[in-house]
Ligand binder design. Sequence first.
Ligand SMILES: Cc1cc2nc3c(=O)[nH]c(=O)nc-3n(C[C@H](O)[C@H](O)[C@H](O)COP(=O)(O)O)c2cc1C
Length: 365
Amino acid sequence: MNRRSVLMAGAAALATSASGAVLWARQDIGRWRAAADAIRQPLNPELTGRAAIAELVRCATLAANSHNTQPWRFVARDADITIAPDFSRRCPVVDPDDHHLFASLGAAAENIVQAAPVFGLSATVRAVGEDGRVRIDLVPGAPEPSELAAAIVKRQCCRGLYDSRPVPADELQRLASAGRGDGVDILLLTEPAAVDAVASLVIAGNTAQFADPSFLAELKHWLRFGYADAVATGDGLFAGVSGNPALPAPVGRLLFDRVVSADSENAKCRAQIASSAGLAVFVSDHDDRGHWLAAGRAYQRFALCATALGIKHAFLNQPVEVPQQRHRLAEHLGLGLRRPDFIVRFGYGADMPRSLRRPIADVLV
Ligand SMILES: Cc1cc2nc3c(=O)[nH]c(=O)nc-3n(C[C@H](O)[C@H](O)[C@H](O)COP(=O)(O)O)c2cc1C
């Protein structure tokens, strides 16, 4: 072989492997997109009996949940659905008392409550049991489509920048009504001084979390850097949902260690808050599982209402996750012994790539 043919053979091999990699990446994107679309098919109001109950479980799994660990299992029967906590999916560092875990169960329960009338059912959520299980009773009711039920498959945590436009007063009112619950209040902050004061606690909380190696290790455990990882597990925080490029897992891990820092994340948080129309702070009257469940339900209703109104939202929970900052936040807002549950920013912006869920069969007991 002369030098020229060696070079040509090398170039051909490179081109083949490069086009192979492109093809591979395209297949991964295609699989991720198909999975994201499949779980978000609009509700089918024609379904009855066990098929309708299965559809309610699908709705529950589409709820927001901390780190997308999906810490739930479902027992579906003809006249009730029980949501059981899956403690193997808890996050002991960011959520040591399981506040977020029970809020996630509340969000799932609320989706069932909102979707039930689509299938001519009425759903009642029972108190959290000693074992942490939540039973939802289903009885026949009037078939009734609703904006909130239709929003279940569209809701997402939208972590991009918004366009700074204010939300009209009547829509703020609707968000506030949706976000109030049994023993749960919502404070909507739209004035720059009020927003800035909470923003400084977000930065303090974020800085504390990034200084904690165990927080970073837990976060990394649930990060899914590439399309293939996201599809393989059907859970966790896919890079794309935060506006980051999808990368092969080893590259993503390396970059996360080298590039992501408290400073880079603080800059992002500041820009995200500056682009938002306001912040919503959810507050529980008492600090127990029942109230955390109710807070999750209240958030989910707020989120469905926002989605129906074309308003985007995303959590900025750093101050409620770091005890010292949570106490400062409670003091700043004059909450006394009440617990601030979540901070959510809201405003107008574009959709983001969608999170995935595990197959329903994996969460049915
Ligand atoms: C209790 C709770 C706490 C959450 N905390 C945060 C948070 O601090 N930051 C964030 O970006 N998302 C947070 N999320 C959003 C989840 O990461 C998100 O719901 C999950 O990844 C699924 O994505 P989706 O809501 O877009 O379907 C939280 C969700 C819940 C229910």
